[in-house]
Design a protein around this ligand. Structure first.
Ligand SMILES: Nc1ncnc2c1ncn2[C@@H]1O[C@H](COP(=O)(O)OP(=O)(O)OP(=O)(O)O)[C@@H](O)[C@H]1O
Length: 267
């Protein structure tokens, strides 16, 4: 009997702890422009969550709020809460550096540093004080393997990352992100600058990475959202119109606006 009670308590604990981000009544303004309106979203761990919606609806703003990068814009004001692992990231004593070691980001255009492949990956760990060559070698290999690019670059780790193709550069950026052992990976249209074969490789990689990480991806490509995500949030004019399992959003959405968008009637 006691065992059953403990089992139930443990499963309830797991239920709350598998929520990575809990966004509650989030509003964001750029000056007078109200860009995010009353956003409520729960992001679960080891899932891929896709953010879709027409241009200018607030997708990038939302994911840049999750790592507080949006604060780099001086006119930004926010209200509401974003709980990351149950702590409000807007709390005065919440260290943004601490958040950024847990939450990595991959951008639309691959942005490796103008350094060797090795130094790109070792950059974050070195900043965190790791100097031992053997440990750095291990991190570099593990991260490049994790980003499914080790075999392509293992014989030229000292060449400049700029010498790689766009698709390879993007996987280097993903490896750079993995090297800091994040909990969450934010991706802002990570394949929009890539050719179809590189896109497929990155999509396959995202599917593998969700075993170990929680991934939030902004995409314009609805087929991509349907292929790779578990949950999809449809944004429109700064609001979340609908958030559900991806198969529901793409087969039987509740809101007429979601249906119109996914069937290509606007956007
Ligand atoms: N730095 C900024 N200063 C002022 N307004 C901004 C800023 N960045 C974004 N906006 C405005 O906020 C709104 C949301 O922009 P955001 O980039 O989040 O949209 P999006 O859905 O990601 O668009 P896209 O799909 O075109 O990238 C838009 O109206 C945009 O013009």
């Amino acid at each position: 009997m006691m065992e059953k009670v403990l089992e139930k308590a443990s499963s309830m604990n797991n239920q709350s702890s598998n929520i990575v981000y809990n966004t509650q009544q989030l509003n964001l303004w750029y000056g007078n422009h109200h860009a995010l309106k009353n956003i409520d979203l729960e992001i679960k761990e080891n899932e891929v969550t896709a953010i879709i919606g027409p241009s200018g609806c607030g997708k990038s703003t939302y994911i840049k709020t999750l790592n507080r990068m949006v604060e780099l814009v001086p006119t930004v004001k926010t209200s509401g809460k974003i709980l990351y692992r149950e702590r409000n990231i807007f709390d005065a004593d919440y260290g943004v550096e601490e958040l950024r070691t847990k939450v990595g980001m991959v951008f639309q255009k691959p942005n490796p540093f103008p350094k060797s492949i090795y130094d790109n990956i070792a950059y974050g760990p070195r900043i965190h004080g790791i100097k031992n060559k053997k440990i750095l070698d291990e991190i570099v290999e593990k991260s490049l393997r994790g980003a499914a690019i080790w075999d392509e670059v293992k014989d030229r780790l000292n060449t400049n990352a700029y010498s790689l193709s766009g698709g390879q550069q993007q996987r280097i950026c993903i490896a750079r992100c993995l090297a800091i052992e994040p909990d969450v990976i934010l991706m802002d249209e990570p394949t929009s600058a890539l050719d179809p074969i590189s896109t497929l490789k990155v999509e396959e990689l995202i599917q593998e990475l969700k075993e170990d990480y929680s991934i939030i991806i902004v995409t314009h490509n609805m087929q991509q959202a349907a292929r790779i995500s578990d949950k999809t949030a449809f944004f429109l004019n700064g609001e979340v119109v609908e958030f559900d399992n991806t198969d529901v959003i793409f087969s039987t959405p509740e809101d007429k606006r979601t249906e119109d968008y996914i069937s290509g009637r606007f956007g």
